[in-house]
Write a protein that binds this ligand. Sequence first.
Ligand SMILES: Nc1ncnc2c1ncn2[C@@H]1O[C@H](COP(=O)(O)OP(=O)(O)OP(=O)(O)O)[C@@H](O)[C@H]1O
Length: 842
Amino acid sequence: MARKKQAPKKRTRGGRQPVDKKKFSLTFFKDPKFKKVVGAFFVIASAILFLSFTSYLFSWQDDQSVVASKSFWELMNPEITVSNWLGKIGAWLSHHFIHQSFGIASFGFVLLLFVLGVKIGLGFSLTPLPKLVKNLIFNLIFLPFLLGFFFSANLPFLGGSIGYFLSEFFIGLLGSVGSALLLTLMAFAYVVYTFNPNLDVLFEKKAKLATGNASKMDETLQSESNTTSAQDEEDFYTKLTKAELVPDEGEEEDSKPAASTSNEDVDQAESEINLKYSDEQFEVIDTSNAEESPEDENSNLEESEDTELEIDEQSNNVEEELSNREVNKRLKDFGPYDPKLDLSSFKLPPIDLLEDHGSGHLTLEERMDKTTLEENKQKIITTLQNYKIGISKIKATIGPTVTLYEIVPEAGVRISKIKNLEDDIALSLAALGIRIIAPIPGKGTIGIEVPNTHPDMVAMKTLIKGEKFQHSKYDLPVALGKTISNETFIADLAKMPHLLMAGATGQGKSVGLNAILVSLMYKKHPAQIKFVLVDPKKVELNLFNKIERHYLAKLPDEEEAIITDTSKVVKTLNSLCVEMDHRYELLKDAQVRNIKEYNKKFINRKLNPEKGHKYLPYIVLVVDEFADLIMTAGKEVEMPIARLAQLARAIGIHLIIATQRPSVNIITGIIKANFPARIAFRVTSKVDSRTILDSGGAEQLIGRGDMLFSTGNDLVRLQCGFVDTPEVEEICEYVGEQRGYPSAFLLPEVADESDNGPSEILDGEQDELFEEAARVIVAHQQGSTSLLQRKLKLGYNRAGRIVDQLEAAGIVGPFEGSKARKVLIPDELSLEQFLSNQQQQN
Ligand SMILES: Nc1ncnc2c1ncn2[C@@H]1O[C@H](COP(=O)(O)OP(=O)(O)OP(=O)(O)O)[C@@H](O)[C@H]1O
């Protein structure tokens, strides 16, 4: 291709091939099928070792003389027979592992291979690997030594040759007593490093804990915990929380997210490091901020309203340990809470519901033909030469829709000079959709993006199928599209944490929204995520109706889950604000800082459902056509959206707002300030582009899913994944046909408590519908704003005002969050009396 003709051809060409090969070999090793095979290999190897070692315990006397006297190849002689279940290989392996090396500690290899196999093949870790390896190394020295010390005379195979030599060596060096003391020290060090027992407890409770041996201490603690298990439920849960204050082996890992400042994915290696330094972390929290350090003992003691406080004062360290054990015991008995249990048979949609759309079928040369590629290069060079700008290097990357020419100017050329020539270069290339990036951030080169002759489509299927998406550890992974270098681009909605999407009509917004929703549906169980869909255009999101009982959330008294009416949008937004406040209460009560930690704690049964705790699904609010809402409801919509955008991140509510009119009166400063992540499809003017991205560029896009994604600093050009309406329909149908929840996820009913303060309302006159409203409320015995809206055909604000007036008059009780207000008058007769008394007073 054009590269061949470029000046530094040999280097480029020569450099290119190995890269491709490397890519090929890397992708081969990353291929999930390859991993499965390797995983299975390890598991089988572990089974082989296990069976041969176990058999060796029974047959070692028979086989030893045969195996020990022969080389491996001699052993293969068909005339020789052995008793090991796995034949000669089994006998040979176990002889060399057990007899010649580590004794029965060799079983550790069985465990290691099995854990490795599961991790490689299935992608999850039965136990953190670094921890396992550390334990294994210790035990490969300690156990042979110990067993050699005690059994080398009678059962030499227990400690193996290594055990024999170690014990001989140390007995010679330190004598038997010295060696026994050394062994005790090693055992003690192991227990301290592994279990980190509270030694104060040991000394204080010496009488109870008869031996200093930590494993026995465990048993003692557990038996003590049994004696206290008759405590009532509330006491149990209070203790559960308290129990976390003393980290033990399993819980230290849990404490990591709470202690870390970011909510990054916890990978095992990190958790390992955390395990090691957890004590220090606890100390840091201790001195920083009592409220923000949920696991901190002192912070709890300082919080006077906390129920845990009283219990803590009475309980000494032993009891803390006991309750800690009790938690683990409970966890063992009941297992962790499974949020998916209600829909345990639910199946995520299969990949074949998505179509290929012929994507990725075009070769690079088909996308951008050689001659055009070369012509463009020449044009760029000539234009720059006309302005006396020399180029030292030019490189082209062919993406799905555009080709990026990366220019390295000769030394001494100012980038600003090239930047000034943007228009001239665009003119000389005479093509639509040219974007000049001068300089490319972090590279010091200049980029010129030129549309391809035949743009390639990026099918959602390729993105979803891709390894990057399948193995993504993000909380809310969204496959957005492919970058210019043809890499799949996955973003984490949970980290964005809200997304603003804009673009002129017909440029790919709806497809983009569908791509996001489909990504989430391919990754999350209905128990984990709920969508609130707002579609003023009434047709765009209609497809998702079928998944109402699985993935959608709605207000309790609404028939349709997909909101098309502006007044209902205001209500829904207010309801989401109530849900947000409610979730913050739950988080505060659970002493965690975000939804991830909260759910983790709930899954581990450390939060009492009877106290209102429940598993919290993520909620994603999608608004297709925000302009319409702002036009009709203005501040009423803007304020709750801004509030949600400012605060909802930690509690798992994320907003995605799309508009085709990216003007400043729609995307106001307050909205922009709270939506750091933005997607711009093609817009009609530079001004619009600036409104969305704070920079130009979106007006130069070529449409049909060509987009710019910005997360504040970075601006990436992507080709959005394409998912067609029939595909979305099929996915929704697939989900909809499965057993769902009885209804959509119900958002809390709202009461107008914030926008207009009650004092302001009460100062004014009573609404003329006050009495009628009172009758409706008393007749239904339900103090709800939405009831009034429905029965009296009122707008949300007026209904809310009336409810406040009813509260002031003593007809309904105060606002109770997600529940409807209490009605304080029992029947209509009492109400009539009440109203006539009121009239007389006035
Ligand atoms: N990622 C994509 N890849 C290829 N083609 C696309 C892509 N996205 C959109 N298109 C094409 O553009 C057309 C319009 O897309 P879409 O309906 O998403 O536009 P829109 O911005 O939502 O328009 P409107 O605002 O009028 O609803 C699609 O029918 C499709 O043909």
